[in-house]
Structure formats: structure tokens, C-alpha cells
Design a protein. Sequence first.
Length: 262
Amino acid sequence: MLEKILVKEIVAPVIIITSSVLFYMVISRITKKVFRVKTKRINEKRQKTFIGLINNCIRYFIIAIAIMMILEVYGIDTKSLVASLGVLSLVAGLALQDILKDIIVGCSIILEDQFSVGDTITINGFTGTVIDLGLKTTRIKAYSGEVKILSNRNITEIINHTVVENNALVDITVDYTSNLQEVRETLNEICESFSKENSLSHPAECLGVEDLGDSGITIRVSIPTSYSDKFALARKFREQVKNIFEEKGIKIPYPQVVVHNG
């Protein structure tokens, strides 16, 4: 009789643990295959994060069931234990509700493909590149070097500058005495050579007169580019305009103050 009891208390837990491990391995493989098919549009990093989250939930669930079954083998009343755990879970849920909100929003960001690591985004007035996307927090690094860490639950409005092509708008001001036709032709030539030189997806374009200012006429140029490159390309374009305008004698005005003696 004693041997039967010992066999039951030793062999049964081993069988339960072995079966649980094998069951988890099978379910984990099925989960990976299913979610890889359903999440083809999500990039690899997000896909791994989401599959890892699902597998963690499954693993903890299987562990909990296995523990209950082993306790039953040893004659422990699991019903009262489950009731006690339910109360503790309720208390823990109330205490950790902010963390749960972060995780839920993090999963939503991953599933809805709102942004990913490497994207340039604006959140709550802060613009930068996403350097880390977790289930609890998101880290954004500005061009000046500051890193902002946001709880996912606080991410309400997002501007993603990376998902579509951007335009660098460059305003060039010329003197009122300048020949506008010559200025436009010159800017078109610069746009054509600049587009080839920088291998732009679409050629830069001179849009025309944007403003009649106090000291000159402002002409706007549009340069199609990614958000991360738009500022560098705009600076490079202005430099070329300055050099070519000097060669052709096109004046770039500057504010002047006229003083009259009484």
C-alpha cells in the first residue's frame, strides 16, 4: 500500500510535468505558425515581440494548471486555493492596473503597426526616432540627443513621419529687380541636377512665387524625400542655390535700414 502511494506521489508529478512541457512545445509551434501567417504585414521585430507575448501567456497558464494537478495528487484542496488566488488576483489587478494598461496599449501598437523602431514620430509635441518599443514603455531619441521615455498608456496621439514620403519645402528669396523668368529657369535647372545627384524618387520641383515680402520675392521649391533626410537635403539645396545665383548675378536680398538726417 505504501509503495503504491509513493509511486503515485512520485510518478504522477513527473508525468504531469513531462506532459505539460510537451504540450507547451506543441502549442508554441502552432502559435508561431498561425501568427506568422496572420501577421505578415508586421515586421519581424514586432512579430517576434507579439508571438513571445502569446507564448508567455500560454506558458504561465500551463504552469498554473500543472501546479493545481500536482497539488491534487498530494491531496490538497485546490478549490479553496483557487478562491484565495482569485481574491489576490483582484487586489493585484487593482494595484497593477497602470502596468496592465501599458501592456494592452503596447500590444495594440504592435498589432496595428502604428510605428516601429527606427521610425521618426511626434508624440505629445516631442519629435524623435524610436529607439526601443516595449510592452510597457517606448523610448524616443531627439536629434539633439535627448531620450524621452513614455509609458505606453500615455501615448494617445501619434504623428508618424516615416510611413509616407515627405517633402522638404525650401523658400528662396530674390530681389524685386530680379527677372522672375530667369530665376525660375535657374531653379528648374538646379532642381534637375540636384535630383539626379541625390537619386531622389521624384524630381525636385519649383512651385512658384510663395510670398511678396518687405525686401524680396519668395519662391518655394519642393524636394521629395524621407523625413530623416529632409533637413540635410534642404541645407544642401540652399548652398547650391547660393553658389549658382552668385555665378548668374541673381541677387538674394537682405534687410537694409535707411537713415535720414534731419
